[in-house]
Design a protein around this ligand. Sequence first.
Ligand code: 13P
Ligand code: SF4
Length: 324
Amino acid sequence: MFTTALAQREKTQLGKLPLDLFAAIESLKKELNAVILAHYYQEPDIQDIADFIGDSLQLAKAAEKTNADAIVFAGVHFMAETAKILNPDKLVLLPDLNAGCSLADSCPPEAFAAFKAAHPNHLVVSYINCSADIKAMSDIICTSSNAVKIVQQIPKEQPIIFAPDRNLGRYVMEQTGRDLVLWQGSCVVHETFSEKKIVQLKIAHPEAEAIAHPECESSVLRHASFIGSTAALLNYCQNSPTKEFIVATEPGIIHQMQKLAPDKHFIPAPPMNNCACNECPFMRLNTLEKLYWAMKNRTPEITMSEDIRLAALRPMQRMLEMSV
Ligand code: 13P
Ligand code: SF4
């Protein structure tokens, strides 16, 4: 599905980069009648030039509503694919086609089809962090901000497969009291946080509150006083009287936290090793330069077969109906 980075560069980065990239992107936006949608994990420059920033649910809703002719998706592949599922006639661009997702990759379609066949009569609820092929095999899609709400709406006697994130699945089980059959996928970023270092930070900053994304492991979630999607974490920081937070999710979100609550202090939760592994290596493949080239050359474009799109659209629409 993905081209190599070099092949993509050769195909997309032809010509000279303008001096004022921000102005050049603004002008391409008018030329294409495009909207730039960005996830909170994107680098600060991309967040600042985006027309809309949000979590996965907000971005899916924004993609569904837009009147633009082109959607430039500053996020990862499954997010741009979701925009295409909802907008078959629009041009959907992703600045770097290699911006995948470890969670989506942890659920290959053939293996998932066999898993599904081994659990007949189960309803399949899939986290939006999955490929269009997995969405096409699902009954309802959810995001981290509506997973609990969606599972709560399913009759109690109905057995459910939850895929692909085992951590979000376990969190939903705890919140709903439901017994879900979990696909054992996970996110490399949210599994990297160190419980020991978070505890050490809490001791060093006794006034700070730890907050976490539900993709984190339970060893991290148990230290959090608030758990939620990126948008929910942002909202919590703004409205809480607390002045200092230890943030256990991808640190790209801290750019918005600092903008919206400039008087507060945000500490990124550290990874286990001395690395930058708390930054999503896929999200960070997108750069302002690549965003410019994507708009200038109208590529890389997201495409998919109409059969898969229609099959993936049905559970997406169910999610949108169930999360109003
Ligand atoms: P949300 O956007 O739902 O908070 O999910 C975070 C994430 O990992 C996206 O890949
Ligand atoms: Fe995927 Fe994790 Fe990156 Fe989100 S943070 S895009 S779940 S790898």
